[in-house]
Design a protein around this ligand. Structure first.
Ligand code: FAD
Ligand code: SF4
Ligand code: SF4
Length: 396
């Protein structure tokens, strides 16, 4: 509930200007709040008289009964895990010890039980396992209904999702169904005063926002692949397996997957899991020139990435876009060829071990991130580089 203390209000109109939803009017030099207030709190912050108060309705739940740090374990074709699963388990273990609770994994799929031991090796002491034919391929309705059911039954304190395509579809659905908060694309997670402090870039990466979720449980966050470090697995660890029986009716699922067609790119290594990424930007000049990056990738056993310009030009699919609105990568070796180094690009690749930049402009911002910089025309340097690599391979 939002209220204005009319006696305290001086009629200064600061709240009126601050309200993003234009629901404040000044009548007789006093602020009045009309219908449509979203309780965003902007007016409270600007009021010099502290005349506006918001009392948030907190659901009557005993937060202390929620326990456990859960990680959604994303698999690849029911046979192996996406690397981000291990990154989340590593971070989850740290959070779990911070609140003195157990680390659990949630594993959904078809005949995926053999994968449990790997979750244990990365620190999960308990695995909630749901197997069903209809969980063999990701389906929003099926996955979200199983996860919301598990949450309602076991009341976890925190739940981490990978900010992959799958996680970005699933986590908001779960959050909306259970009316929970969710912080997407976190780059930092810590415990502060017993709460999950979720840090994520905001305003194009110019500020870091710290977000907490004090009123609902589980506290939910998603984390991009390659942002958190991964621990060494310990094969001697074991986990308790809680098998959940799920009954799913295909008629209850609104989306039917009729056929999976893999593109050439998707059937090779994923860009966020490759050890070597060779990205090109507008400086490659033409689509034909861009294709030379495939040859370099072949020589270095790498994967070709691109700046958003290239995706907008339609030269490559969105799945290979590196950056803020694409994928975050952190390979051992990253080539930025004809890429200027805009912040929206660099936030997605600056975690790479060795960055090589090729650009004809010696003042291009990309050089600030590069360990090795080559000033010159990509379309001359890259073919020469490929020739040299082939030559050296032949000499071996
Ligand atoms: P340009 O900025 O045009 O740079 C081309 C570079 O090539 C220049 O430095 C030039 O000196 C060099 N060059 C030209 N010719 C040659 C040559 N022959 N040889 C060598 N060098 C040459 N961008 C992303 O990449 N990823 C994102 O996820 C992303 N998300 C965004 C989200 C938002 C909300 C916004 C607003 C923008 C986003 N962008 C993203 C776009 C980003 O701001 C830049 O516009 C984009 O990264 C620039 O791409 P580029 O470096 O290929 O092209
Ligand atoms: Fe406007 Fe937000 Fe204040 Fe409501 S809480 S009156 S929406 S500024
Ligand atoms: Fe009144 Fe405060 Fe609004 Fe000024 S900012 S009009 S004092 S409620």
């Amino acid at each position: 509930m939002i209220e204005v203390d009319l006696e305290a209000c001086s009629g200064c109109q600061k709240c009126l200007k601050a309200c993003p939803f234009a629901v404040i009017t000044i009548i007789d030099k006093k602020a009045r709040i009309g219908d449509g207030c979203t309780m965003c709190g902007a007016c409270v912050q600007v009021c010099p008289e502290e005349a506006i108060t918001i009392e948030r309705k907190v659901r009557d739940v005993d937060l202390s009964k929620f326990s456990g740090v859960w990680v959604f374990a994303e698999t690849w074709e029911n046979t192996k895990f996406r690397k981000v699963t291990f990154e989340l388990l590593t971070k989850g273990a740290e959070l779990a010890s911070g609140v003195g609770q157990e680390l659990c994994a949630v594993l959904l799929g078809d005949h995926v039980e053999p994968l449990v031991k790997e979750l244990a090796a990365y620190g999960a002491s308990k695995v909630y396992l749901a197997e069903h034919e209809l969980l063999g391929q990701y389906n929003t309705d099926a996955y979200s209904s199983v996860i919301t059911g598990l949450i309602s039954k076991y009341s976890p304190n925190m739940l981490l999702f990978p900010a992959t395509h799958l996680g970005r579809d699933l986590a908001p659905r779960v959050a909306a169904t259970l009316e929970l908060g969710l912080t997407a694309d976190c780059t930092g997670l810590t415990i502060q005063d017993g709460l999950l402090l979720q840090t994520r870039p905001a305003f194009g990466g110019n500020i870091m926002a710290d977000i907490i979720c004090p009123y609902t449980r589980p506290q939910m966050a998603s984390v991009r692949p390659n942002v958190m470090p991964m621990c060494e697995p310990d094969a001697s660890r074991t986990a308790v397996v809680i098998k959940e029986t799920v009954s799913l009716d295909p008629k209850g699922l609104r989306t039917k997957i009729r056929e999976m067609i893999k593109t050439d790119i998707e059937s090779t290594k994923k860009i966020d899991e490759a050890d070597c990424v060779i990205s090109g930007g507008r400086g490659m000049c033409t689509e034909e020139n861009f294709n030379v990056l495939d040859d370099l990738a072949k020589e270095l056993d790498g994967v070709v990435g691109a700046s958003r310009m290239i995706i907008d030009l339609g030269w490559r699919p969105k799945s290979v876009q590196v950056g803020q609105s694409g994928t975050t990568v952190s390979p051992d070796l990253y080539f930025a060829c004809g890429i200027s180094g805009a912040i929206q690009h660099t936030v997605g690749m600056r975690g790479s071990d060795i960055i090589v930049a090729i650009n004809k402009d010696p003042n291009a911002p990309i050089f600030e991130f590069a360990k090795y910089g080559l000033v010159g025309d990509c379309n001359e340097i890259i073919p020469t580089l490929i020739e040299e690599i082939r030559h050296r391979k032949a000499e071996r």
